[in-house]
Design a protein around this ligand. Structure first.
Ligand code: NDP
Length: 447
């Protein structure tokens, strides 16, 4: 049978664009459809603009600390529209760069919604095309709890980059990645932040000592963090502000509310049901190690699947799948030792097993910690300590986990992740000469 395309990709985010480009590089005839903007969550309304806001917000501390280093600065004033518009202009630039990549690889772009119309058939805009293989890379969207009356008064990470002005008071619901990142951003930018967390700690699943350190630092900075709190209703008051009722009977008043309570896969309305594609209980598309669904011609990568919701994972999955389908060397993604970071103030970064996970899995575990005040914080008079933690398998001396909170922790941890992935031993870290004076030298000085 002759097909219009060898490969048709639905969704031009990180995973879809990479997969389309690699497949085209292998000589496949590729089409890609995107109903919003090419680039997807990470580029348009996620990692990239978020990180730029984190950098912008951090100047608040740097400018304050500069005085202790002898810099006399005039009155400082922050202008939100300047940061917002510069960030959005950078997003536009990246959006064009992603489109240019697709064009230069000969991928045909459809700026329209696409849905599966039948086996190896895709309806895109007002056309129907056939494809030997179809990839669903439609990502995920922020969850807004529908059972909470008035929840729609809140915004999500989709809208947060476009605010007309900064709210004086913002309530953020959630204790995960997005909540902690935006709590830090808004606090640094001068907003009063109340973070509403349903559990008894921040960042469930992260190394507890680091999550506790973030909580301690946040409270020291006067962020109002409410643990064990669940919102039950949201009401708009006469003056335009919001009242968020809590299960405890208390309420939080704020000018804006940000939901950061997880992301749900964009798998509905794609025609998956009619084709009988297997899904998991949150609607995620079930895939095998290659990213192939229960139908041999249909594949899925990234946040729409039942794997990890991280950009570099989606990119790798898309790349591996394209190599497997159209290249000479099939390969699969290795999900062990995936590093990740929370760009809070200060940031956290982590790879491998936490101490509780290692104790459960390995039994004998040796733990090493460095708990110190970075040099810059000492001179700045900033009472904020970094914490590094190494988890070592006692039987083999291998490094099985590394966890850090402190300035530049994600930058440092990326290199350490190589050591964990390579299965290096603690003795090998110890044998490495320290690079002095740095924060990272602590990693080879823990005894
Ligand atoms: P997370 O899964 O990180 O955190 C969700 C938080 O919301 C948890 O604290 C969870 O509580 C809480 N929660 C869930 N449902 C409710 C509810 N109904 N009411 C109150 N609280 C609730 O999700 P995020 O939205 O922060 O981020 C989504 C995903 O995107 C992340 O998991 C991550 O994979 C990815 N991401 C990665 C980033 C990075 O790499 N730096 C940055 C941003 C996002 P509990 O813990 O009790 O379940």
């Amino acid at each position: 049978m002759d097909f219009d395309f060898d490969y048709f990709v639905i969704g031009a985010g990180s995973g879809g664009v990479r997969s389309a480009r690699i497949a085209a590089g292998h000589g496949a005839k590729v089409g890609i459809a995107e109903e919003h903007r090419v680039g997807g969550t990470c580029v348009i309304r996620g990692c990239v603009p978020k990180k730029l806001l984190v950098i912008g917000a951090h100047f608040a501390e740097d400018l304050e600390d500069a005085a202790r280093f002898g810099w006399q600065l005039g009155a400082k004033r922050f202008d939100w529209p300047t940061l917002r518009d510069n960030v959005l202009a950078e997003v536009d630039r990246l959006n064009r760069a992603y489109q240019a990549t697709l064009d230069s690889h000969g991928v045909e772009s459809f700026h329209a919604r696409a849905e599966l119309a039948g086996p190896q058939r895709v309806r895109v805009g007002d056309r129907e095309v056939t494809a030997r293989h179809v990839l669903v890379a439609t990502g995920a969207r922020p969850h807004v709890p529908e059972d909470i009356p008035g929840a729609a008064h809140g915004i999500t990470s989709n809208e947060v980059f476009h605010l007309d002005r900064l709210p004086e008071r913002i309530a953020i619901v959630g204790g995960g990645y997005i909540a902690n990142e935006f709590a830090g951003i808004f606090h640094e930018l001068g907003c009063r932040v109340t973070q509403i967390v349903r559990g008894n700690r921040l960042l469930k699943g992260w190394e507890p000592a680091l999550a506790d350190r973030l909580l301690q630092i946040a409270m020291q900075k006067h962020l109002d963090i409410r643990l064990n709190c669940a919102p039950t209703a949201v009401e708009r008051l006469a003056d335009g502000s919001l009242r968020i009722a809590l299960a405890s009977g208390q309420a939080v008043e704020a000018d804006a509310l940000l939901w950061a309570v997880g992301r749900i896969p964009n798998a509905d309305g794609l025609g998956l049901e009619a084709l009988g594609v297997t899904r998991r209980n949150r609607g995620e598309i079930a895939v095998d190690a290659h990213g192939t669904t229960s139908l041999p011609w249909l594949h899925a990568v990234g946040d729409v699947t039942d794997r990890m919701q991280l950009t570099p994972i989606a990119i790798r999955e898309g790349h591996a799948l394209a190599d497997t389908l159209f290249g000479a060397t099939p390969w699969t993604v290795d999900y062990d030792h995936v590093p990740s970071a929370v760009f809070s103030h200060p940031p956290l970064a982590s790879v491998g097993l936490t101490e509780p996970e290692a104790r459960e899995k390995l039994g004998g575990v040796r733990i090493f910690t460095a708990n110190f005040r970075p040099m810059k914080n000492v001179l700045a008079g900033r009472d904020e300590r970094a914490l590094y933690k190494l988890v070592v398998d006692a039987a083999t001396d291998r490094l099985v986990g590394a966890h850090m909170i402190g300035p530049d922790a994600p930058e440092i941890l990326q290199a350490l992740a190589v050591a964990v992935k390579a299965g290096l031993t603690k003795a090998q870290l110890d044998a490495t000469v320290a690079l002095h004076p740095t924060m990272a030298e602590e990693l080879v000085l823990m005894r």
